[in-house]
Ligand binder design. Structure first.
Ligand SMILES: Nc1ncnc2c1ncn2[C@@H]1O[C@H](COP(=O)(O)OP(=O)(O)O)[C@@H](O)[C@H]1O
Ligand SMILES: [Mg+2]
Length: 225
């Protein structure tokens, strides 16, 4: 599903991705870990086509991400589910409206929207808060709303960049449980986090990035490949 082949990326003379090759199969759950500054977000920007790589190739299914036009990239990104540390909810819209608005943007019919939004809010456990505004929610609840929004169009690939970065340990655990549930539902999940303790309990594949290089890649069993 995802193939990075010998990807290099520098900002000025600072090498941020250094010969990164990575393959993720459909339905895998991969945690990308490494200290702050390791290049995790840059790898994700390269994956969603928000940053061009200098060398190497990035493929996602049939998308040749690093050579696509801006217009093609927009279409491509609409197929993905993307979640960030800071939720990026629209402050003047309710939880329901935030999810519905995003779904409408993908071209879904009005009739389909209400039903689908209710379904995803149920899935993340926010049905009771669908008419709340972001400021009325805890950080964990805001992130659940953001995840519901990312899931609304049923993406095959969900990408989460430090989704628990602003959360207390209990909320962080809930968000991770939710990502696992989404993966169990058949979506491929790529989670980037500096919190390696958090992913240990997941029992899923862990790719470790340091100074722009992949320094280890382990299945949960500890077997290195
Ligand atoms: N737009 C940018 N311009 C210059 N340097 C950047 C830019 N984005 C990231 N960097 C640098 O690239 C390195 C990796 O950053 P990043 O990918 O955000 O790491 P991580 O997500 O692992 O914390 C850092 O040293 C950061 O300062
Ligand atoms: Mg980052």
């Amino acid at each position: 599903m995802i193939i990075f082949d010998k990807v290099h990326k520098s900002y000025g003379d600072r090498k941020v991705l250094n010969n990164v090759s990575l393959k993720v199969e459909p339905k895998e759950f991969v945690s990308l870990i490494g200290p702050s500054g390791a290049g995790k977000s840059t790898l994700i920007y390269a994956l969603i086509g928000a940053e061009k790589v200098d060398k190497g190739t990035v493929h996602v299914d049939d998308y040749h991400v690093n050579v696509m036009s801006e217009r093609a990239l927009q279409m491509y990104r609409r197929k993905l589910g993307i979640v960030f540390q800071d939720y990026k909810l629209l402050q003047r819209k309710s939880v329901f409206e935030n999810v519905a608005f995003a779904l409408e943007a993908t071209g879904a019919s009005k009739g389909h929207v209400t039903e689908r939004v209710d379904n995803v809010l149920e899935m993340v456990g926010l049905s009771d808060m669908k008419n709340h505004f972001p400021y009325q929610l805890s950080g964990g609840e805001q992130q659940k709303a953001a995840i519901a929004r990312a899931l609304a169009h049923n993406p095959k690939l969900l990408i989460a960049d430090e989704p628990t970065g602003n959360l207390d340990p209990k909320s962080a655990k809930e968000i991770l449980g939710l990502l696992k549930k989404i993966n169990d539902g058949g979506a491929t999940v790529l989670l980037a986090t500096h919190n390696s303790g958090l992913v240990d309990k997941l029992q899923k594949r862990v790719v470790r990035l340091d100074k722009g290089k992949i320094i280890s890649d382990k299945a949960h069993s500890g077997y290195e490949f």
